[in-house]
Design a protein around this ligand. Structure first.
Ligand SMILES: Nc1nc2c(ncn2[C@@H]2O[C@H](COP(=O)(O)OP(=O)(O)O)[C@@H](O)[C@H]2O)c(=O)[nH]1
Ligand SMILES: [Mg+2]
Length: 217
């Protein structure tokens, strides 16, 4: 399932008057980390999950979208990377930083725990409204990304993909990479280029976040 900005009846939060241009989310703050479903904050309001393979650029993308330097730093501290990190954005709207796969080999028991934690999150979380997937534009989709998409599709949660580190490719190469992912996924997800370094694709990414957060379902 995909959503387009035109599907959004409400005006984008970023267009609301009276908000400081310094941060689109002036009230944004870390809520908690969770290692099990019973540690998740109350399942009320709406939230958007952000997933990405370790080192894909997830923390950097979150910082740019929320427009706060070091905002997602908590997820970088060792140990936290395997946890589900919840951030408050505003009035019962949250951003959820999902654990990524690391490069290091992970013990089978940990891998199973990770799978159970993630599948439980996707299947039970009523407030989940969308999934933002952070994918290194040079690597294209990995098994991690395909698994995340499968979790989201199983519960009809729309997926938007940020092909990040677009600054690492020439314009033509980046356009080809974008087309390749679009061709592979068709209607299954919306896709855009992104660069945390150059802040390119920032407003489009924020629009999709807001679209998910305002969706009625
Ligand atoms: N050139 C470039 N580097 C990036 C970009 N986004 C992240 N990085 C770098 O990629 C590395 C991993 O980024 P990080 O956000 O920590 O990834 P995470 O593990 O997915 O949270 C860091 O060295 C970042 O500086 C980007 O858009 N362009
Ligand atoms: Mg990170």
């Amino acid at each position: 399932m995909t959503l387009k900005p035109s599907d959004c009846g409400a005006k984008l939060y970023t267009e609301f008057p009276g908000r400081t241009p310094m941060s689109q989310y002036p009230e944004a703050r870390f809520i908690k980390s969770a290692d099990a479903g019973n540690q998740f904050p109350p399942d009320t309001g709406r939230e958007v999950a952000v997933a990405g393979r370790s080192n894909a650029g997830k923390s950097s993308a979150i910082n740019v979208i929320v427009n706060r330097r070091q905002f997602a730093r908590t997820s970088k501290t060792p140990g936290r990377t395997q946890l589900v990190n919840f951030f408050h954005l505003r009035d019962d709207r949250r951003l959820v930083d999902l654990p990524g796969y690391g490069y290091a080999r992970v013990a089978e028991s940990k891998r199973r725990h990770w799978g159970d934690l993630l599948s439980g999150y996707f299947s039970d979380r009523q407030s989940l409204r969308g999934l933002l997937m952070i994918v290194d534009i040079r690597r294209q989709l990995t098994d991690y990304d395909r698994r995340m998409m499968a979790f989201a599709e199983a519960v009809d949660v729309p997926v938007h993909i940020l092909l990040t580190k677009a600054d690492k490719l020439k314009r033509g190469q980046a356009a080809t990479a974008l087309l390749a992912v679009k061709k592979e996924l068709g209607d299954r997800a919306t896709v855009q280029q992104f660069s945390a370094l150059k802040k390119c694709g920032e407003s489009e990414a924020r629009e999709m976040l807001e679209l998910f957060l305002c969706a009625q379902q």
